[in-house]
Design a protein around this ligand. Structure first.
Ligand code: AMP
Ligand code: MG
Length: 523
Protein backbone atom coordinates (compact mmCIF):
# COMPACT_ATOMS: atom_id res chain seq x y z
CA UNK A 1 0.00 0.00 0.00
CA UNK A 2 2.71 2.49 1.03
CA UNK A 3 6.42 1.96 0.39
CA UNK A 4 7.69 2.74 3.84
CA UNK A 5 11.34 3.48 4.50
CA UNK A 6 11.58 4.48 8.13
CA UNK A 7 14.51 6.53 9.34
CA UNK A 8 13.34 8.26 12.52
CA UNK A 9 13.21 4.89 14.23
CA UNK A 10 16.95 4.51 13.67
CA UNK A 11 17.63 7.42 16.02
CA UNK A 12 17.17 5.14 19.02
CA UNK A 13 14.62 4.06 21.60
CA UNK A 14 14.80 7.26 23.64
CA UNK A 15 13.18 9.15 20.75
CA UNK A 16 9.84 7.32 20.84
CA UNK A 17 7.69 4.56 22.26
CA UNK A 18 6.97 1.51 20.10
CA UNK A 19 3.23 1.17 20.37
CA UNK A 20 0.44 -0.11 18.16
CA UNK A 21 -2.74 1.87 17.54
CA UNK A 22 -5.73 0.72 19.55
CA UNK A 23 -8.16 -1.35 17.50
CA UNK A 24 -11.58 0.21 16.90
CA UNK A 25 -15.06 -1.29 16.65
CA UNK A 26 -16.39 -0.42 13.22
CA UNK A 27 -14.04 1.65 11.03
CA UNK A 28 -15.60 3.37 8.02
CA UNK A 29 -13.66 5.53 5.60
CA UNK A 30 -15.37 8.94 5.44
CA UNK A 31 -12.89 11.10 3.56
CA UNK A 32 -10.13 10.07 1.23
CA UNK A 33 -7.65 12.46 -0.38
CA UNK A 34 -7.00 10.78 -3.72
CA UNK A 35 -4.72 13.55 -4.99
CA UNK A 36 -2.46 13.13 -1.96
CA UNK A 37 -2.74 9.34 -2.22
CA UNK A 38 -1.56 9.48 -5.85
CA UNK A 39 1.45 11.54 -4.81
CA UNK A 40 2.33 8.79 -2.32
CA UNK A 41 2.01 6.12 -5.04
CA UNK A 42 -1.05 4.40 -3.59
CA UNK A 43 -2.44 2.60 -6.63
CA UNK A 44 -5.92 3.20 -8.04
CA UNK A 45 -6.77 -0.41 -7.32
CA UNK A 46 -5.86 0.03 -3.66
CA UNK A 47 -7.73 3.33 -3.50
CA UNK A 48 -10.93 1.62 -4.61
CA UNK A 49 -10.75 -0.83 -1.73
CA UNK A 50 -12.64 1.20 0.85
CA UNK A 51 -12.74 -1.72 3.31
CA UNK A 52 -8.95 -2.09 3.28
CA UNK A 53 -8.41 1.68 3.58
CA UNK A 54 -10.78 1.73 6.56
CA UNK A 55 -8.74 -1.00 8.26
CA UNK A 56 -5.37 0.60 7.51
CA UNK A 57 -6.24 4.19 8.33
CA UNK A 58 -8.09 3.44 11.55
CA UNK A 59 -5.01 1.58 12.74
CA UNK A 60 -6.87 -1.74 12.97
CA UNK A 61 -4.54 -3.46 10.56
CA UNK A 62 -1.29 -1.74 9.65
CA UNK A 63 -0.05 -1.59 6.07
CA UNK A 64 3.08 -3.68 5.37
CA UNK A 65 6.27 -1.92 6.35
CA UNK A 66 4.63 0.31 8.94
CA UNK A 67 6.48 0.55 12.24
CA UNK A 68 4.16 2.27 14.62
CA UNK A 69 5.70 4.68 17.15
CA UNK A 70 4.64 7.60 19.34
CA UNK A 71 7.19 10.41 19.35
CA UNK A 72 8.69 11.90 22.50
CA UNK A 73 8.77 15.68 22.84
CA UNK A 74 8.45 18.47 25.36
CA UNK A 75 7.05 21.94 24.86
CA UNK A 76 6.37 25.39 26.15
CA UNK A 77 2.59 25.62 26.41
CA UNK A 78 1.50 29.27 26.65
CA UNK A 79 5.01 30.08 27.87
CA UNK A 80 5.16 27.33 30.52
CA UNK A 81 7.57 24.48 30.00
CA UNK A 82 6.23 20.94 30.14
CA UNK A 83 9.09 18.45 29.85
CA UNK A 84 6.85 15.47 29.09
CA UNK A 85 4.36 15.89 26.28
CA UNK A 86 4.81 13.57 23.29
CA UNK A 87 2.27 11.94 20.99
CA UNK A 88 -0.53 11.19 23.40
CA UNK A 89 -2.96 10.16 20.71
CA UNK A 90 -0.91 9.78 17.56
CA UNK A 91 0.98 6.93 15.94
CA UNK A 92 3.63 7.51 13.31
CA UNK A 93 3.28 4.62 10.88
CA UNK A 94 6.44 5.49 8.99
CA UNK A 95 7.88 7.54 6.15
CA UNK A 96 7.22 7.43 2.44
CA UNK A 97 9.08 9.18 -0.38
CA UNK A 98 6.49 11.07 -2.43
CA UNK A 99 6.42 11.85 -6.14
CA UNK A 100 8.54 14.96 -5.62
CA UNK A 101 11.19 12.87 -3.86
CA UNK A 102 10.31 14.38 -0.47
CA UNK A 103 10.26 12.13 2.58
CA UNK A 104 6.84 12.36 4.27
CA UNK A 105 5.64 11.13 7.65
CA UNK A 106 2.37 9.23 7.63
CA UNK A 107 0.76 9.51 11.04
CA UNK A 108 -2.54 8.43 12.58
CA UNK A 109 -4.16 10.81 15.08
CA UNK A 110 -6.89 9.77 17.51
CA UNK A 111 -5.60 6.21 17.33
CA UNK A 112 -5.41 5.40 21.04
CA UNK A 113 -3.36 5.84 24.18
CA UNK A 114 0.42 5.87 24.36
CA UNK A 115 2.98 6.34 27.13
CA UNK A 116 2.51 10.09 26.55
CA UNK A 117 -1.27 10.24 26.97
CA UNK A 118 -1.19 11.57 30.54
CA UNK A 119 -4.88 11.96 31.44
CA UNK A 120 -6.14 11.93 27.84
CA UNK A 121 -8.09 9.12 26.23
CA UNK A 122 -5.92 8.97 23.10
CA UNK A 123 -8.97 9.61 20.92
CA UNK A 124 -10.20 12.25 18.50
CA UNK A 125 -13.78 13.31 17.92
CA UNK A 126 -15.18 13.35 14.39
CA UNK A 127 -15.64 17.13 14.05
CA UNK A 128 -12.00 18.09 14.87
CA UNK A 129 -10.78 15.34 12.52
CA UNK A 130 -12.92 16.72 9.67
CA UNK A 131 -11.86 20.23 10.61
CA UNK A 132 -8.17 19.37 10.31
CA UNK A 133 -8.86 17.80 6.91
CA UNK A 134 -10.75 20.84 5.62
CA UNK A 135 -8.45 23.50 7.05
CA UNK A 136 -5.26 21.80 5.87
CA UNK A 137 -6.64 21.30 2.37
CA UNK A 138 -7.74 24.94 2.30
CA UNK A 139 -4.28 26.13 3.40
CA UNK A 140 -2.62 23.86 0.87
CA UNK A 141 -4.73 25.28 -1.96
CA UNK A 142 -3.96 28.80 -0.74
CA UNK A 143 -0.26 28.00 -1.10
CA UNK A 144 0.55 28.01 2.62
CA UNK A 145 3.10 25.42 3.85
CA UNK A 146 1.08 22.76 5.65
CA UNK A 147 0.73 19.15 6.66
CA UNK A 148 -2.15 17.48 4.81
CA UNK A 149 -4.73 14.82 5.56
CA UNK A 150 -4.94 11.58 3.67
CA UNK A 151 -8.01 10.11 5.32
CA UNK A 152 -10.66 10.45 7.97
CA UNK A 153 -12.12 7.19 9.26
CA UNK A 154 -15.02 7.07 11.71
CA UNK A 155 -14.39 4.49 14.40
CA UNK A 156 -17.99 3.56 15.22
CA UNK A 157 -17.18 4.39 18.84
CA UNK A 158 -18.60 6.99 21.13
CA UNK A 159 -16.12 9.10 23.04
CA UNK A 160 -16.64 11.40 25.97
CA UNK A 161 -16.08 15.11 25.41
CA UNK A 162 -18.36 16.28 28.19
CA UNK A 163 -21.10 15.10 25.86
CA UNK A 164 -21.01 11.92 23.79
CA UNK A 165 -19.26 12.37 20.43
CA UNK A 166 -18.55 10.13 17.49
CA UNK A 167 -14.88 9.07 17.34
CA UNK A 168 -12.58 9.27 14.31
CA UNK A 169 -8.99 8.73 13.23
CA UNK A 170 -7.37 11.25 10.91
CA UNK A 171 -4.26 10.37 8.90
CA UNK A 172 -1.90 13.24 8.38
CA UNK A 173 1.06 13.55 6.10
CA UNK A 174 3.85 16.00 6.93
CA UNK A 175 7.43 16.68 5.87
CA UNK A 176 8.19 15.51 9.42
CA UNK A 177 6.87 15.84 12.94
CA UNK A 178 10.13 17.07 14.43
CA UNK A 179 9.25 20.05 16.58
CA UNK A 180 11.09 22.66 18.59
CA UNK A 181 9.75 20.56 21.47
CA UNK A 182 11.64 17.51 20.17
CA UNK A 183 14.90 19.38 20.79
CA UNK A 184 13.63 20.64 24.12
CA UNK A 185 12.92 17.07 25.23
CA UNK A 186 16.58 16.10 25.07
CA UNK A 187 17.93 19.47 26.19
CA UNK A 188 15.76 19.22 29.32
CA UNK A 189 17.24 15.80 30.04
CA UNK A 190 20.81 16.92 29.40
CA UNK A 191 21.14 14.24 26.72
CA UNK A 192 23.68 15.96 24.49
CA UNK A 193 24.34 12.91 22.32
CA UNK A 194 20.64 12.57 21.47
CA UNK A 195 20.47 16.30 20.76
CA UNK A 196 23.36 15.97 18.34
CA UNK A 197 21.75 12.97 16.62
CA UNK A 198 18.51 14.93 16.26
CA UNK A 199 20.36 17.91 14.85
CA UNK A 200 22.25 15.79 12.30
CA UNK A 201 19.03 14.00 11.37
CA UNK A 202 17.09 17.26 10.98
CA UNK A 203 19.81 18.80 8.82
CA UNK A 204 19.93 15.74 6.60
CA UNK A 205 16.14 15.62 6.29
CA UNK A 206 15.21 19.28 6.02
CA UNK A 207 18.31 21.25 5.13
CA UNK A 208 20.56 18.87 3.18
CA UNK A 209 22.01 21.96 1.50
CA UNK A 210 23.99 22.51 4.72
CA UNK A 211 25.72 19.17 4.13
CA UNK A 212 26.37 20.02 0.49
CA UNK A 213 28.01 23.26 1.60
CA UNK A 214 30.58 21.14 3.40
CA UNK A 215 31.90 19.45 0.35
CA UNK A 216 31.60 22.44 -1.98
CA UNK A 217 33.12 25.18 0.02
CA UNK A 218 35.87 23.53 1.95
CA UNK A 219 39.06 21.76 1.18
CA UNK A 220 38.86 18.03 0.59
CA UNK A 221 37.71 16.18 3.70
CA UNK A 222 37.55 19.36 5.70
CA UNK A 223 34.05 19.76 7.04
CA UNK A 224 32.26 23.00 7.81
CA UNK A 225 33.01 23.80 11.44
CA UNK A 226 30.36 22.25 13.69
CA UNK A 227 29.48 25.68 15.03
CA UNK A 228 28.68 26.89 11.51
CA UNK A 229 26.44 23.88 10.90
CA UNK A 230 24.50 24.54 14.10
CA UNK A 231 24.06 28.23 13.36
CA UNK A 232 23.00 27.56 9.77
CA UNK A 233 20.44 25.06 11.04
CA UNK A 234 19.02 27.70 13.38
CA UNK A 235 19.00 30.31 10.63
CA UNK A 236 17.28 28.07 8.09
CA UNK A 237 14.66 26.95 10.60
CA UNK A 238 14.02 30.58 11.52
CA UNK A 239 13.68 31.55 7.85
CA UNK A 240 11.08 28.81 7.36
CA UNK A 241 9.10 30.00 10.37
CA UNK A 242 9.07 33.54 9.03
CA UNK A 243 7.84 32.36 5.63
CA UNK A 244 5.14 30.30 7.31
CA UNK A 245 3.86 32.99 9.65
CA UNK A 246 3.86 35.69 6.97
CA UNK A 247 1.81 33.34 4.79
CA UNK A 248 -0.66 32.84 7.66
CA UNK A 249 -0.97 36.61 7.95
CA UNK A 250 -1.48 36.99 4.22
CA UNK A 251 -4.66 34.90 4.30
CA UNK A 252 -5.86 35.81 7.81
CA UNK A 253 -5.06 32.53 9.55
CA UNK A 254 -4.79 32.36 13.32
CA UNK A 255 -3.08 29.16 14.42
CA UNK A 256 -4.30 29.54 17.98
CA UNK A 257 -1.79 27.35 19.79
CA UNK A 258 1.73 28.22 18.69
CA UNK A 259 3.32 26.28 21.52
CA UNK A 260 6.84 25.02 20.87
CA UNK A 261 5.48 21.46 20.63
CA UNK A 262 3.31 22.61 17.72
CA UNK A 263 6.18 24.35 15.90
CA UNK A 264 7.53 22.04 13.22
CA UNK A 265 11.17 22.40 12.18
CA UNK A 266 10.14 21.77 8.57
CA UNK A 267 8.09 24.99 8.61
CA UNK A 268 4.72 23.40 7.88
CA UNK A 269 1.49 24.22 9.69
CA UNK A 270 0.76 21.38 12.11
CA UNK A 271 -1.80 20.79 14.86
CA UNK A 272 -4.91 22.60 13.72
CA UNK A 273 -6.77 22.29 17.06
CA UNK A 274 -8.11 25.75 17.85
CA UNK A 275 -7.21 27.52 14.59
CA UNK A 276 -9.56 30.06 13.01
CA UNK A 277 -9.78 32.54 10.16
CA UNK A 278 -9.93 36.27 10.75
CA UNK A 279 -12.97 37.93 9.18
CA UNK A 280 -12.94 41.49 10.49
CA UNK A 281 -9.37 42.79 10.53
CA UNK A 282 -8.20 42.96 14.10
CA UNK A 283 -4.61 42.61 15.25
CA UNK A 284 -5.94 41.34 18.56
CA UNK A 285 -8.23 38.71 17.05
CA UNK A 286 -8.26 35.57 19.24
CA UNK A 287 -10.78 32.74 19.08
CA UNK A 288 -9.21 30.04 21.23
CA UNK A 289 -11.13 29.57 24.47
CA UNK A 290 -7.93 29.12 26.49
CA UNK A 291 -5.91 32.01 25.04
CA UNK A 292 -6.99 34.41 27.78
CA UNK A 293 -4.25 37.00 27.30
CA UNK A 294 -4.05 36.97 23.50
CA UNK A 295 -0.60 35.38 23.41
CA UNK A 296 -1.45 33.82 20.04
CA UNK A 297 -3.56 36.69 18.67
CA UNK A 298 -3.47 37.30 14.91
CA UNK A 299 -1.05 40.22 15.15
CA UNK A 300 1.18 38.60 17.76
CA UNK A 301 2.05 35.52 15.72
CA UNK A 302 5.22 37.09 14.32
CA UNK A 303 6.54 37.90 17.80
CA UNK A 304 5.76 34.41 19.03
CA UNK A 305 7.65 32.95 16.07
CA UNK A 306 10.77 34.71 17.35
CA UNK A 307 10.14 33.55 20.92
CA UNK A 308 9.82 29.96 19.68
CA UNK A 309 13.04 30.24 17.70
CA UNK A 310 14.79 31.56 20.82
CA UNK A 311 13.65 28.38 22.60
CA UNK A 312 15.19 26.31 19.82
CA UNK A 313 18.38 28.35 20.21
CA UNK A 314 18.40 27.53 23.95
CA UNK A 315 18.56 23.84 23.04
CA UNK A 316 21.47 24.37 20.66
CA UNK A 317 23.64 26.17 23.23
CA UNK A 318 24.86 23.03 25.05
CA UNK A 319 25.75 21.53 21.67
CA UNK A 320 27.81 24.57 20.76
CA UNK A 321 29.56 24.51 24.11
CA UNK A 322 30.21 20.76 24.07
CA UNK A 323 31.23 20.13 20.49
CA UNK A 324 32.73 23.32 19.13
CA UNK A 325 36.25 22.05 19.77
CA UNK A 326 35.69 19.19 17.31
CA UNK A 327 36.73 21.24 14.35
CA UNK A 328 39.64 22.94 15.91
CA UNK A 329 38.16 26.19 17.19
CA UNK A 330 39.48 27.70 20.33
CA UNK A 331 40.30 24.78 22.66
CA UNK A 332 41.96 26.89 25.29
CA UNK A 333 38.94 28.97 26.35
CA UNK A 334 37.42 28.59 29.76
CA UNK A 335 33.91 27.16 30.13
CA UNK A 336 32.60 30.63 30.87
CA UNK A 337 34.17 32.08 27.73
CA UNK A 338 32.76 29.22 25.63
CA UNK A 339 29.29 29.82 27.03
CA UNK A 340 29.53 33.51 26.34
CA UNK A 341 30.70 32.91 22.80
CA UNK A 342 27.91 30.37 22.12
CA UNK A 343 25.32 32.78 23.50
CA UNK A 344 26.55 35.64 21.34
CA UNK A 345 26.49 33.42 18.24
CA UNK A 346 22.90 32.22 18.67
CA UNK A 347 21.73 35.66 19.72
CA UNK A 348 23.06 37.15 16.52
CA UNK A 349 20.86 34.72 14.55
CA UNK A 350 17.79 35.31 16.72
CA UNK A 351 18.23 39.08 16.48
CA UNK A 352 18.07 38.86 12.69
CA UNK A 353 14.49 37.65 13.06
CA UNK A 354 12.96 41.10 13.48
CA UNK A 355 14.42 42.66 10.35
CA UNK A 356 13.90 39.50 8.27
CA UNK A 357 10.30 39.22 9.45
CA UNK A 358 9.55 42.89 8.81
CA UNK A 359 10.95 42.64 5.33
CA UNK A 360 8.94 39.53 4.46
CA UNK A 361 5.85 41.08 6.05
CA UNK A 362 5.97 44.29 4.04
CA UNK A 363 6.86 42.52 0.79
CA UNK A 364 3.80 40.31 1.34
CA UNK A 365 1.49 43.31 1.88
CA UNK A 366 3.05 45.16 -1.04
CA UNK A 367 2.06 42.25 -3.27
CA UNK A 368 -1.43 42.23 -1.81
CA UNK A 369 -1.57 45.83 -3.03
CA UNK A 370 -0.21 45.00 -6.46
CA UNK A 371 3.33 46.24 -5.93
CA UNK A 372 6.75 44.70 -5.91
CA UNK A 373 8.10 47.77 -4.20
CA UNK A 374 7.41 48.32 -0.51
CA UNK A 375 5.70 51.47 0.73
CA UNK A 376 5.38 50.97 4.49
CA UNK A 377 3.27 54.08 5.08
CA UNK A 378 0.69 53.01 2.54
CA UNK A 379 0.52 49.52 4.05
CA UNK A 380 0.40 50.63 7.69
CA UNK A 381 -2.26 53.22 6.89
CA UNK A 382 -4.50 50.64 5.25
CA UNK A 383 -4.13 48.23 8.17
CA UNK A 384 -4.94 51.07 10.57
CA UNK A 385 -8.09 51.94 8.61
CA UNK A 386 -9.20 48.30 8.51
CA UNK A 387 -8.60 48.04 12.26
CA UNK A 388 -10.39 51.31 13.11
CA UNK A 389 -13.36 50.66 10.85
CA UNK A 390 -13.63 46.91 11.50
CA UNK A 391 -13.40 46.10 7.80
CA UNK A 392 -13.44 42.55 6.54
CA UNK A 393 -9.87 41.51 5.68
CA UNK A 394 -10.56 39.27 2.69
CA UNK A 395 -13.31 41.44 1.25
CA UNK A 396 -11.26 44.65 1.45
CA UNK A 397 -8.38 43.24 -0.58
CA UNK A 398 -10.80 41.64 -3.00
CA UNK A 399 -12.56 44.95 -3.47
CA UNK A 400 -9.25 46.66 -4.23
CA UNK A 401 -8.32 43.94 -6.70
CA UNK A 402 -11.66 44.28 -8.48
CA UNK A 403 -11.38 48.06 -8.59
CA UNK A 404 -8.49 47.71 -11.03
CA UNK A 405 -10.73 46.10 -13.63
CA UNK A 406 -13.24 48.92 -13.05
CA UNK A 407 -15.82 46.45 -11.78
CA UNK A 408 -16.21 48.46 -8.56
CA UNK A 409 -17.35 52.05 -8.49
CA UNK A 410 -14.68 54.47 -7.28
CA UNK A 411 -17.18 56.18 -5.01
CA UNK A 412 -17.65 52.97 -3.06
CA UNK A 413 -13.93 52.70 -2.43
CA UNK A 414 -13.58 56.35 -1.51
CA UNK A 415 -16.53 55.97 0.86
CA UNK A 416 -14.83 53.02 2.56
CA UNK A 417 -11.19 54.01 2.45
CA UNK A 418 -11.25 57.78 1.84
CA UNK A 419 -8.00 59.45 0.92
CA UNK A 420 -6.11 56.20 1.37
CA UNK A 421 -7.68 54.89 -1.83
CA UNK A 422 -6.55 57.95 -3.77
CA UNK A 423 -3.03 57.60 -2.29
CA UNK A 424 -2.89 53.95 -3.40
CA UNK A 425 -3.91 54.79 -6.97
CA UNK A 426 -1.35 57.63 -7.00
CA UNK A 427 1.39 55.30 -5.67
CA UNK A 428 0.72 52.74 -8.39
CA UNK A 429 1.12 55.52 -10.93
CA UNK A 430 4.26 56.83 -9.24
CA UNK A 431 5.82 53.35 -9.34
CA UNK A 432 4.76 53.05 -13.00
CA UNK A 433 2.75 49.91 -12.34
CA UNK A 434 -0.01 49.38 -14.87
CA UNK A 435 -3.46 48.47 -13.64
CA UNK A 436 -3.12 45.16 -15.42
CA UNK A 437 0.22 44.27 -13.77
CA UNK A 438 -1.10 45.26 -10.36
CA UNK A 439 -4.25 43.23 -10.88
CA UNK A 440 -2.30 40.15 -11.91
CA UNK A 441 -0.19 40.30 -8.77
CA UNK A 442 -3.19 40.97 -6.55
CA UNK A 443 -5.19 38.08 -7.96
CA UNK A 444 -2.36 35.73 -6.95
CA UNK A 445 -2.07 37.11 -3.45
CA UNK A 446 -5.63 37.86 -2.38
CA UNK A 447 -7.99 34.91 -2.01
CA UNK A 448 -11.57 35.25 -3.24
CA UNK A 449 -12.65 32.75 -0.62
CA UNK A 450 -11.27 31.43 2.67
CA UNK A 451 -12.68 28.75 5.01
CA UNK A 452 -14.72 31.21 7.06
CA UNK A 453 -15.45 30.04 10.59
CA UNK A 454 -19.22 30.07 10.30
CA UNK A 455 -19.18 27.97 7.15
CA UNK A 456 -16.73 25.47 8.64
CA UNK A 457 -18.84 25.13 11.79
CA UNK A 458 -22.12 24.79 9.86
CA UNK A 459 -20.59 22.05 7.77
CA UNK A 460 -19.22 20.19 10.79
CA UNK A 461 -22.63 20.35 12.45
CA UNK A 462 -24.22 18.85 9.34
CA UNK A 463 -21.62 16.05 9.29
CA UNK A 464 -22.12 15.27 12.98
CA UNK A 465 -25.86 15.17 12.42
CA UNK A 466 -25.42 12.83 9.46
CA UNK A 467 -23.27 10.41 11.46
CA UNK A 468 -25.71 10.26 14.37
CA UNK A 469 -28.82 10.30 12.17
CA UNK A 470 -31.03 7.50 13.51
CA UNK A 471 -33.21 7.46 10.39
CA UNK A 472 -30.18 6.42 8.33
CA UNK A 473 -28.61 3.31 9.85
CA UNK A 474 -26.73 2.40 6.71
CA UNK A 475 -23.03 3.13 7.27
CA UNK A 476 -22.29 3.21 3.54
CA UNK A 477 -25.00 5.85 2.99
CA UNK A 478 -23.67 7.92 5.89
CA UNK A 479 -20.25 7.77 4.27
CA UNK A 480 -21.66 9.17 1.03
CA UNK A 481 -23.63 11.93 2.75
CA UNK A 482 -20.56 13.17 4.67
CA UNK A 483 -18.23 12.94 1.67
CA UNK A 484 -20.75 14.97 -0.37
CA UNK A 485 -21.11 17.67 2.26
CA UNK A 486 -17.34 18.11 2.58
CA UNK A 487 -16.64 17.82 -1.14
CA UNK A 488 -19.03 20.63 -2.02
CA UNK A 489 -17.12 23.00 0.29
CA UNK A 490 -13.68 21.70 -0.66
CA UNK A 491 -14.44 22.13 -4.33
CA UNK A 492 -14.71 25.87 -3.70
CA UNK A 493 -11.79 26.05 -1.27
CA UNK A 494 -9.55 24.32 -3.78
CA UNK A 495 -10.00 27.26 -6.10
CA UNK A 496 -9.18 30.07 -3.68
CA UNK A 497 -7.96 32.64 -6.19
CA UNK A 498 -10.66 32.16 -8.78
CA UNK A 499 -14.39 32.51 -8.43
CA UNK A 500 -16.31 29.46 -9.59
CA UNK A 501 -20.08 29.01 -9.59
CA UNK A 502 -20.39 28.00 -5.94
CA UNK A 503 -17.80 30.47 -4.58
CA UNK A 504 -20.46 33.08 -3.83
CA UNK A 505 -22.12 30.69 -1.36
CA UNK A 506 -19.10 30.90 0.93
CA UNK A 507 -17.90 34.51 0.69
CA UNK A 508 -20.30 36.13 3.11
CA UNK A 509 -19.32 37.48 6.51
CA UNK A 510 -20.94 35.89 9.57
CA UNK A 511 -23.98 37.77 10.86
CA UNK A 512 -22.41 38.31 14.28
CA UNK A 513 -18.94 39.11 12.86
CA UNK A 514 -17.64 36.10 14.83
CA UNK A 515 -18.19 38.07 18.01
CA UNK A 516 -19.09 34.95 19.97
CA UNK A 517 -17.02 32.44 18.04
CA UNK A 518 -14.78 30.17 20.13
CA UNK A 519 -12.44 27.32 19.28
CA UNK A 520 -11.10 24.57 21.51
CA UNK A 521 -7.82 22.68 21.98
CA UNK A 522 -7.25 18.95 21.91
CA UNK A 523 -10.91 18.13 21.29
P1 AMP B 1 -2.40 19.48 21.02
O1 AMP B 1 -3.19 20.53 21.74
O2 AMP B 1 -3.25 18.62 20.12
O3 AMP B 1 -1.21 20.01 20.34
O4 AMP B 1 -1.91 18.48 22.16
C1 AMP B 1 -1.05 18.84 23.23
C2 AMP B 1 -0.60 17.58 23.94
O5 AMP B 1 -1.72 16.90 24.51
C3 AMP B 1 0.09 16.56 23.05
O6 AMP B 1 1.08 15.94 23.81
C4 AMP B 1 -1.04 15.62 22.69
O7 AMP B 1 -0.58 14.35 22.34
C5 AMP B 1 -1.82 15.58 23.99
N1 AMP B 1 -3.24 15.26 23.79
C6 AMP B 1 -4.19 16.05 23.23
N2 AMP B 1 -5.39 15.42 23.21
C7 AMP B 1 -5.20 14.20 23.75
C8 AMP B 1 -6.05 13.08 24.01
N3 AMP B 1 -7.34 13.08 23.71
N4 AMP B 1 -5.48 11.99 24.58
C9 AMP B 1 -4.17 11.96 24.89
N5 AMP B 1 -3.33 12.98 24.69
C10 AMP B 1 -3.82 14.10 24.12
MG1 MG C 1 0.34 19.33 19.44
Amino acid sequence: MLSFSNTYIELGEQFFQRILPQKVAAPKLLLWNSELANSLFITEEQQKNSELLSQHFSGNELPDGANSIALAYSGHQFGHFNPSLGDGRAHLLGEVIDEEGIRRDVQLKGSGKTAFSRRGDGKCALAPALREYIMSEALYALGVPTSRCLAVVSTGEVINRGVAKAGAVVTRVAASHIRVGSFQYFAARGDIDALKSLLDYSIERHFPEINVLESDQCEVEKKLPFETRVLLFLEYTLDKQITLIVEWLRIGFIHGVMNTDNTAICGETIDFGPCAMMGTYDEKAVFSSIDEYGRYAFGNQGNIGQWNMARLADCLLPLLIEFTDENGSDTTSSEKAKEQRALEKVESVIHQYTSKFDEAYYVMYAKKLGMNEVNTTLINDLLAIMQAQSLDYTQTFLLLTKSLANSIKEEELIRKLGDWYKAWVATLKQYKITKQAAEELMIKNNPVVIPRNHHVEALLARCEQAITDKSNQDAAKKQVVIADIVDEFLHVLRSPYQEIDATKNYQDKPEDNDQYYQTFCGT
